[in-house]
Design a protein around this ligand. Structure first.
Ligand code: ASP
Length: 431
C-alpha cells in the first residue's frame, strides 16, 4: 500500500480537492492519506496556517480576531459548498476552535487546526476514517519525532480500512497539541509510511519533482528522476527545499522510497528518493548554495591537542542562539560559517566568543557556499577539477572547500558578491 501526503496547494480549494479525490480513487493502493491545511489559491492569497497564527497572536495581545477568523470560516465554508458537503457540519468545530484560541491555547494548538479541519472535511468527502494526529503522533519536548508514534499509529490502522490523518502536529509528552516546524506535514506522512510499512510514500505537491538547480536562478534546469536520501540531505543543507529535511529519517531507516509528484500533472513520474542509485550516467544530482555567511576564523596553536575546542565554540555559539552551518578545518585554525542577520555582525560574534581561550579570532568578509551533490563524486575523476577550472576562468577565488568528508558533496565557499556568477559557471559545465 501507499501513503499519500497532499500539500496545501493541492487542497487550496474544491477544484484542487476534486483532483485529489480522483487520484486517490484511481489506485486501491492509496489507502492512507495525510493532509496539509488549505494553502494559497494564488500568489496574493494567505495560507490557512498563517491566518491561524495571526488569530493566536491577536488573542495573545487581547485584540479581536473576529475578522481573521471570519476569513478561516469563509475558506472552509467555501470548500464544503464546492464539494457538496453541508458547511453546517463544521459550525460546532469552528466555534470551539475560536473559543479555545481566545482562551489562550497557544500558537501550536491554533496552527494545528488548519490540518485538523482539512482532514475532518476530507474524511467525509473521501469516505475515509479520520484519525486525530494528537492521539497517534508523539513529539519529544524539543519538537522531534518520538518513535512511539510508529507503534501507536500501527495499532490504529491494524484493521486495514482507508484512513485520513491531519499532518503537521501531534501531542507533546504531556499530551498537549504540538506542531512540527513549518512544512511539517511531510514528517507526518513519513511517520505514517513507516508505521504502515508502506511500499511507497507519495508526496503530492505543485511541482513535478525536484530539479537539478533552482529554476529562479537557472533557465530550465533538468528534472531529477532518481536521487538518494544522502543526496537530498546534502541539497537540503545547501538550501534546496522541496521536501522537509526531517521527513527523511523515518522512511530512510525503513528503506521506503519517496515519490514527489504533481497533483496538477499526475502523469509526470516526478522524482523518486531512494537508498541507492547507479551514478554511472548521472554522476551529479544537483547544485545548490546559500549566501549571507560570516566566516569566523579562530586560531589555536596545536589545535589537535584540544579535542574539546571545537565543541566549546559550537556550544558557546549555540547558547547565543547561533550555529555554524559549515565548518572548515585547518591544523592550527578553524573557520566557522555563521549566518549573518540584522542583530548578528562581526563585533557581536567576537563579543559572544570573548571567553574562548585561543590565539585570535577574526570575522572575515561575507561569504557564500555552494555545493555540487552527487553519488558519482566519490568515483568519477575530474568533477573537482571542472569546478575549479570553471571558477578560475571567471577569476573567482575559492576561499573554502570541502571534498571527501561527505562522499556525495563538494562544497566551495566564495566571496558573497561572486555567488551567482560562481554558481552559473559551475552549473554550465556540470549540467
Ligand atoms: N500547514 C503547515 C505549514 O504551512 C504545515 C504543512 O503544510 O506541511 O507550514
Amino acid at each position: 500500500m501507499y501513503v499519500c501526503k497532499f500539500g496545501g496547494s493541492s487542497l487550496a480549494d474544491s477544484a484542487q480537492i476534486k483532483k485529489v479525490k480522483a487520484l486517490i480513487e484511481s489506485s486501491s493502493e492509496r489507502s492512507i492519506v495525510v493532509v496539509s491545511a488549505p494553502g494559497k489559491r494564488n500568489r496574493d492569497d494567505v495560507k490557512i496556517t498563517d491566518l491561524l497564527y495571526s488569530c493566536d497572536e491577536a488573542a495573545s495581545k487581547g485584540k479581536s480576531m473576529d475578522s481573521l477568523f471570519a476569513g478561516i470560516e469563509d475558506r472552509f465554508n467555501g470548500i464544503c459548498s464546492g464539494l457538496g458537503i453541508d458547511p453546517g457540519d463544521l459550525t460546532g468545530e469552528l466555534e470551539e476552535i475560536k473559543k479555545n484560541i481566545t482562551a489562550g491555547y497557544g500558537p501550536d494548538y491554533a496552527a494545528s487546526r488548519g490540518e485538523y479541519l482539512s482532514a475532518k472535511v476530507l474524511s467525509t468527502y473521501f469516505n475515509m476514517v479520520f484519525i486525530d494526529a494528537q492521539e497517534v503522533i508523539r513529539l519529544t519536548a524539543d519538537g522531534r519525532v518520538d518513535v512511539q508514534s510508529y507503534e501507536l499509529l500501527k495499532e490504529r490502522i491494524a484493521d486495514g480500512k482507508r484512513y485520513i490523518i491531519p499532518g503537521f502536529y501531534g501531542a507533546d509528552p504531556e499530551g498537549k497539541v504540538k506542531t512540527f516546524s513549518r512544512g511539517g506535514s511531510d514528517i507526518t506522512g513519513a511517520i505514517a509510511a513507516r508505521a504502515a510499512g508502506a511500499a511507497m510514500y507519495e508526496n503530492w505537491t505543485d511541482v513535478s519533482g525536484l530539479l537539478m538547480a533552482d529554476p529562479r536562478i537557472f533557465d530550465n534546469p533538468p528534472g531529477i528522476r532518481e536521487i538518494t536520501y544522502r543526496e537530498i540531505r546534502e541539497l537540503a543543507i545547501l538550501g534546496a527545499n522541496v521536501f522537509h529535511e526531517e521527513a527523511i529519517a523515518p522512511v530512510k531507516d525503513a528503506g521506503i522510497p519517496i515519490n514527489i509528484r504533481n497533483t496538477n500533472d499526475p502523469d509526470a513520474a516526478g522524482t523518486v528518493i531512494l537508498e541507492s542509485r547507479n551514478p554511472e550516467d548521472i554522476p551529479v544530482a544537483g547544485i545548490s548554495g546559500k549566501n549571507g555567511y560570516l566566516p569566523v576564523y579562530v586560531e589555536k596553536f596545536m589545535l589537535g591537542r584540544y579535542p574539546d575546542f571545537t565543541s566549546g565554540i559550537l556550544n558557546t555559539l549555540g547558547s547565543a542562539g547561533l550555529s555554524a552551518d559549515f565548518i572548515f578545518y585547518g591544523n592550527d585554525s578553524i573557520t566557522f560559517l555563521v549566518k549573518k542577520t540584522r542583530d548578528i555582525d562581526g563585533s557581536r560574534i567576537k563579543e559572544i566568543l570573548s571567553g574562548i581561550s585561543c590565539d585570535g579570532i577574526e570575522v572575515e568578509s561575507p561569504a557564500a557556499v555552494f555545493g555540487v551533490v552527487g553519488e558519482g563524486l566519490g568515483s568519477r575523476a575530474g568533477i573537482g577539477a571542472a569546478v575549479f577550472t570553471a571558477l578560475a576562468e571567471k577569476n573567482i577565488n575559492v576561499r573554502f572547500t570541502s571534498y571527501g568528508g561527505s562522499r556525495v558533496s563538494f562544497l566551495a565557499g566564495v566571496d558573497e558578491p561572486d555567488f551567482m556568477e560562481a554558481m552559473n559557471a559551475v552549473y554550465a559545465v556540470l549540467k
